[in-house]
Design a protein around this ligand. Sequence first.
Ligand SMILES: CC(C)(COP(=O)(O)OP(=O)(O)OC[C@H]1O[C@@H](n2cnc3c(N)ncnc32)[C@H](O)[C@@H]1OP(=O)(O)O)[C@@H](O)C(=O)NCCC(=O)NCCS
Length: 130
Amino acid sequence: MIIRECREDDLSLLEHHIPSGRTRIHEARFHRQQQGLSTFLTAWIDFVPVGHGEIRWRGCAAAEVRERYANCPELNGLAVWPPERQSHGIGTAIIHAAEATAAQRGDHHIGLGVDDHNLRAAALYLRLGY
Ligand SMILES: CC(C)(COP(=O)(O)OP(=O)(O)OC[C@H]1O[C@@H](n2cnc3c(N)ncnc32)[C@H](O)[C@@H]1OP(=O)(O)O)[C@@H](O)C(=O)NCCC(=O)NCCS
């Protein structure tokens, strides 16, 4: 597996294999990366995208979170797709890649949020020390 920053010519493959529908979220994430606001990490197996996560360097979009965790980049939009690919370590690898990317920039903290009902993802984050 390879985990690397998204490139413009990845967008059609991302949309094909991990459809975002009308949200066009891959494009939006790539656009933020182009603006220097984020790093959009993509995971690939045999040239097929299987997951992604976006490090938002300015932190969470919610002001109350930014207030409490100032200067803390956020790992957003973490997903592994299709579901058969989940539970094989890809999500963990993306999280570790995000941590390494942040550390290279001198950011030694990174945060993330998870829905109250997403117990499996929450358990994973807790295991990893979040
Ligand atoms: C949450 C998510 C990103 C985690 O990614 P993942 O690739 O499934 O996570 P990992 O495989 O690294 O770790 C999760 C599980 O796999 C297990 N695992 C890790 N490496 C493994 C391996 N090599 N072999 C077998 N199992 C492994 C872990 O113990 C863990 O167990 P669980 O299935 O009981 O949770 C992914 O499941 C997903 O996209 N879920 C839907 C979207 C979502 O909820 N996103 C998060 C929003 S905050």
